[in-house]
Each structure stands twice: as C-alpha cells, then as structure tokens.
Design a protein around this ligand. Structure first.
Ligand code: PMP
Length: 397
C-alpha cells in the first residue's frame, strides 16, 4: 500500500541545519533556524520556566485527562495576555479558546473550524508569509490566495498595494495578518495601518485571522498586541492563533492557544462546541506540561515578573543586534543601505541579497541562511558580528 509513495524533498531549513552541523569551520554561523539564541549561541530554558516546573513537580497530584480545551486557568490567563485584562470582548463574554499543541496546532484547529463555518473558504495571506502557513491552512481545506506585503526592492512594507488587493475582499473570506514581528520579513504594520485594516474589515465584512507567534519580541507585550486588541474590540468576529514557543522559550513542549472572538455569548458557546469537536477529531486534547508551566507563570506575580524580565532581555538583545548589524555592515564597507534592519522587528529580516550571494556566503564563509536571504537575527552575537559583516561586504563588493 505504501510502495508507490515518493519521498519528498527535505525541508530547506532542516537541510540547511544538517549541512551546518557537518561543517567543521570554527567560524561557521547559523542564521537559518528560527529559535532564539543567547550570546553564547544557546537556546536556554528560561529561569521562570524552571521555577514553574519545580513547583509543578511538587504540587501535581494527577495525570488524569484535562479535556480538549486544556485547563480553564490556562485559557483565562492566555486570553488576558493576548487581549489585556478587562478587554471589552472579554467583558462581553464573546471570547472562547483552547490550548493547542503550539501555534501550529492553533492555526490548524482554527483553519478546520473556519472550514466548518464555510467549506473551502478563501484565506488571504501576505506575500511572503511563513512557509508553513500554506500546509497548515490549505490542508485543512481553505483556499489560499495572497496579497502583496513586502517590497523587496525597497525592503519595506507595500501597504498601498496590500490595501488595493484587500479592498475587493468581502464577507466569507478570511484575511491572515501577522500580529507583530512578521516572519519572514520583519516589516510590521504601524498603528495607523492597523486602523485602516480595521475599517476595511468593518466595511467589507471579511474575517480577520491573526497569527501571533512573537508577542513580546518586538516592542513590548502590550505594543505587540496592539492590532489584535484593536481588531477584537472593533470587529464582530476574529480568529487568533497564539504561540508560547518563542516568548516562553517552550518550543518543544508545544504550547499555543486557538482563540475566537464571536459576535455574542450565544454564538460563542455554539462555536466553542464546534472548535472542541475539531480538537477531539485531531488529537483529542492538548499535552498538559507546557500549558501548566504557562498557567503557573501567568498566575503568579513573582514568576510573571521574572518571566517578563527574561522576555525583555531577549527582546533587547535582538534589538541591539539589529542596530549592531547595521553599524557593522556600514563599517565593513558593505555597499547599500541596510538601515531597514534596524526598523524591522522580531527574529527575522531579509538581507536582500541574491541566491548566488547566499550560496557564496555558505560555501566560502560557512555562513548559513535560506535562499531567500532571510536571516535569524538571534544567530548573530558580539563575537561573530564582525566576521559576518566582513564576509557580507566581501561577497557584495
Ligand atoms: N506562526 C509563525 C509566523 C511562526 O513563525 C511560528 C513558529 N516558527 C508559528 C506560527 C508556530 O510555532 P509553534 O507551533 O512552534 O508554536
């Protein structure tokens, strides 16, 4: 039965990682994989997570099933993290959610949920968008179309072109936005632009779907949620896929939240029964450990303060690397203006070089990035910055 299956090409990022690992050059740099790294190149377990785990180990009394939505404590705390405590949609009892296996689990559950509401509904995604959006949303039955977003020629957002395309999108279609720290391009919507999109959603009736994988990695927990919070109080219906992978450093524990804002409480109860039924038919219920860590951190003032301090440290390191790389590229004499890297947010930016130049950096300098020239900023450090910038300058020069 399986003999006729052909093997698929390896995931480009995982393939790149394997080549990087086999490379013996002591100066090698991995800018491919999208996980946060500290100055020493490690992805540490956060102290707040360790503290929460120690407590859980002592206090946990059962491993009995939790249920398809995860715990109420997790959901309440996460809804408040995303929307802010006292948000009008929470007060109006219009919000329902479920803990999911990562942000990916949330995207998939929400896509299947949307497909139940409207079979084969169209979802508009940014060009470019995170590559995994296509299978996560498309395999659930949604039809994917794209709107212009990033202009490679100017290394910036092309908002006018985005609006031009989206102005023809109406009721029954979904539009996917990145809440902050756009993956792969790092170019985020401004507050004014979010307001324009809110007005369009209100007027045209499309349903916004926001992927929030990096809350706290851009400007702050609150600033990064500006668009989500505005949408949630301004439009009748909204889908949000939140991930705890980056901001809690819980990648492999697989923690996220699928959240829906409904028209009213009655619609919310009906909708939630459908969403939990989608969960039941996929993986029945989420794993507990990572969700319990998040709940424990968010519901304890001192753990929460520790976590926020660590999150701030990660964000500030990324932001200082962003300014550092702009300065060092200029100092190394790299031709061109790279100041856009400083204006962009989160883990990623496109360097804006050709695939041939990307290949040359890999072959001659052991600097690894995907062909699109997307770099994972946290892979840089004070110790490899000069080597990286010199190498780029030589390849471009
Ligand atoms: N959305 C985006 C844009 C992402 O970059 C990621 C992580 N790479 C996710 C969602 C989901 O990540 P996870 O399933 O690991 O939480």
């Amino acid at each position: 039965m399986f003999d006729h299956l052909n093997s698929l090409p390896a995931d480009p990022i995982l393939g790149l990682l394997a080549t990087y690992r086999a490379d013996e050059n002591p100066n090698k740099i991995d800018l491919g994989v999208g996980v946060y790294k500290d100055e020493a190149g490690h992805t540490p377990v956060l102290q707040a997570v360790k503290q929460a785990e120690t407590r859980l180990l002592q206090s946990e009394e059962t491993k009995a099933y939790v249920g398809p939505a995860g715990t109420p404590g997790f959901n309440t705390a996460m809804q408040e993290l995303v929307l802010g405590a006292g948000h009008p949609a929470l007060v109006a009892n219009r919000v329902r959610s479920a803990q999911t296996p990562g942000g990916c689990g949330a995207l998939r559950v929400l896509a299947e949920f949307a497909d139940r509401a409207k079979k084969g509904a169209t979802i508009w995604v940014s060009d470019p968008t995170w590559a995994n959006h296509v299978p996560l949303l498309g395999n659930a039955g949604l039809e994917i179309k794209s709107y212009p977003y990033y202009d490679r020629a100017t290394s910036s957002l092309q908002f006018d072109a985005m609006v031009e395309t989206l102005k023809n999108v109406g009721e029954g279609d979904l539009v996917l936005f990145h809440a902050c720290c756009h993956n792969p391009c790092g170019a985020d919507l401004t507050r004014e632009q979010w307001h324009v999109l809110v007005e369009m959603a209100q007027k045209q009736g499309f349903t916004p779907f926001i992927d929030m994988a990096y809350q706290g990695f851009g400007d702050s927990l609150g600033d990064d949620a500006y668009g989500v919070r505005l949408m949630a109080e301004s439009v009748p219906e909204l889908l949000v896929a939140a991930s705890c992978s980056k901001n809690f450093g819980l990648y492999r524990e697989r923690v996220g939240m699928a959240m829906v804002v409904y028209n009213d409480a009655a619609a919310a109860d009906k909708g939630q029964s459908q969403m939990l039924n989608v969960v039941r038919g996929n993986y029945s219920m989420p794993p507990n450990h990572g969700g319990a860590i998040v709940e424990s951190i968010l519901t304890d003032a001192s753990l929460k303060a520790n976590w926020e301090a660590e999150l701030t440290e990660m964000r500030e390191r990324i932001n200082s690397l962003r300014s550092g790389v702009v300065e060092s590229l200029a100092a190394a004499g790299a031709p061109g203006d790279f100041s856009f890297i400083q204006r962009q947010k989160g883990m990623f930016s496109f360097l804006g070089i050709t695939p041939e130049q990307v290949q040359k950096l890999q072959q001659d300098y052991s600097i690894y990035m995907v062909d699109s020239s997307r770099i994972s900023i946290a892979g840089l450090s004070q110790s490899n910055m000069e080597y990286f910038c010199q190498s780029v300058a030589e390849v471009l020069g």
